[in-house]
Design a protein around this ligand. Structure first.
Ligand SMILES: [Ca+2]
Length: 429
């Protein structure tokens, strides 16, 4: 995930975004441990927090939250210094996509996913039939979001969201989510004590934030509660519902590994550059084995698709069909969507990618390197916007223009070689 910045990301995925930035599957993250003593700053803020909380409770009550819910929800809530720290952190490094994929699509995970699909085939099958989303895709999301339900996050969601709502750069997000979380408790879907999740309020085995829960969670086992912490039938049907509502196309693929023609215009490989499958085919893009894209009878050749080179022109190339974009709605990161779609294929018996990742290139730049790259581009009058260390669409476009000028393939990929080339190129006076 990654790496889009928070304000650009659909709200469901705030927690997942942080996971993406760290580019670690939830299962691989160190477990979250509450600090034993508040840091001095937090202690100083306690009276202000308590006063703020009283005001918030009054507002929540006016919006229909009962006193019983408020008492239970805020019984043991303090300002949480660990949440403040995580909210302020800017990750220094992003991982190489192949390191992320190695971990996200490991042979252990593939094997466990196949076992889980057999074990829960009935409830997965019900979710698949109701919403038209394959059991393998639901299982893949379940796997990456919570390691098949084993990692729900170690935070009291009410406390985490209260802390976010009280101070810092996500205060309005925290406030909206906190109110939604109280509504969920008021509805009786979950008890206040069991509402655990990530520091940013992503909850349960699907890691839904509260507003997404209110909109998309479903009761799968008919007990009248939407319990995404403890009831797998609810988890599966809710995940499938979310994807269906976001436009999942039934019986259609997510992506294919492709081969690009010699004369391919690398500037066209971008998630934002969509053409019909027919147009890509006419431009010489084929399936990996050379067969025509149009031979895929389960994909409408008029549908809009993007060609992706997530590791630059030396790595594997993919065509992302509309369902790939639906997965991006769950979590707005190319690497995440690629992992989900590939896990789904592997669960169903599919093989590994045919093209190797360009591991020897080591293109992973630190944030300082990325800022330097942007600054050097900017000094040479390439428009990168603000030099903020985030390689977004504008920076990728600037890189492409520079790459063309320097006789490189314009894949927009930020590598160490590119940074070194820029350092040597003369800056204009
Ligand atoms: Ca239920």
């Amino acid at each position: 995930m990654f790496v889009a910045r928070f304000p650009l990301i659909p709200a469901r995925v705030l927690g997942a975004v942080m996971f993406a930035l760290a580019a670690l599957p939830a299962a691989a993250q160190p477990s979250v441990v509450r600090m034993s003593a508040p840091v001095p700053d937090a202690a100083d803020q306690t009276p202000a927090f308590t006063a703020w909380l009283e005001g918030f409770k009054a507002e929540a009550k006016a919006k229909g939250i009962g006193q019983g819910t408020l008492d239970a929800a805020f019984a043991n809530v303090d300002l949480n210094p660990r949440v403040i720290e995580l909210n302020e952190n800017q990750p220094e490094f992003s991982r190489a996509i192949w390191d992320y994929m190695d971990s996200a699509v490991s042979s252990d995970r593939v094997s466990k996913g196949r076992t889980m699909m057999r074990k829960y085939r009935k409830s997965l099958g019900r979710a698949e039939r109701k919403h038209g989303v394959p059991a393998s895709v639901i299982t893949a999301i379940w796997s990456l979001e919570s390691n098949f339900g084993q990692n729900l996050g170690g935070f009291n969601v009410i406390e985490a969201l209260s802390t976010l709502a009280f101070e810092g750069r996500r205060a309005s997000f925290g406030r909206e989510q906190l109110l939604a979380a109280l509504k969920i408790i008021e509805n009786g879907d979950i008890s206040a004590g069991r509402m655990i999740g990530s520091w940013a309020g992503a909850m349960g085995q699907t890691q839904f934030i509260p507003t997404v829960f209110l909109q998309y969670a479903e009761d799968g086992n008919g007990d009248g509660k939407r319990n995404l912490w403890d009831t797998r039938a609810d988890v599966f049907v809710s995940t499938a519902n979310y994807l269906e509502q976001k436009g999942w196309v039934e019986n259609a693929p997510c992506f294919d590994e492709v081969r690009l023609p010699e004369n391919f215009d690398y500037a066209q490989a971008d998630i934002g550059t969509e053409k019909s499958v027919s147009d890509w085919s006419n431009a010489g893009v084929t399936l990996w084995d050379g067969r025509s894209l149009k031979r895929r009878s389960d994909q409408d050749s008029g549908a809009l698709a993007a060609v992706l080179l997530p590791a630059g022109h030396r790595g594997p190339a993919f065509i992302a069909y509309p369902n790939f974009k639906v997965v991006l709605a769950y979590n707005n990161a190319i690497s995440y969507a690629l992992a989900i779609c590939q896990l789904s294929n592997r669960f169903n018996g599919g093989g590994s990618f045919r093209t190797a990742w360009p591991r020897e290139e080591m293109p992973i730049l630190s944030r300082i390197d990325r800022v330097e790259l942007q600054t050097l581009l900017s000094q040479r009058r390439y428009d990168v916007g603000e030099a903020d260390g985030v390689i977004g669409r504008r920076t990728r476009e600037a890189i492409r223009v520079y790459q063309r000028t320097a006789g490189m393939k314009p894949d927009g990929f930020a590598t160490l070689a590119l940074l070194q080339s820029l350092r040597k190129s003369p800056a204009p006076n």
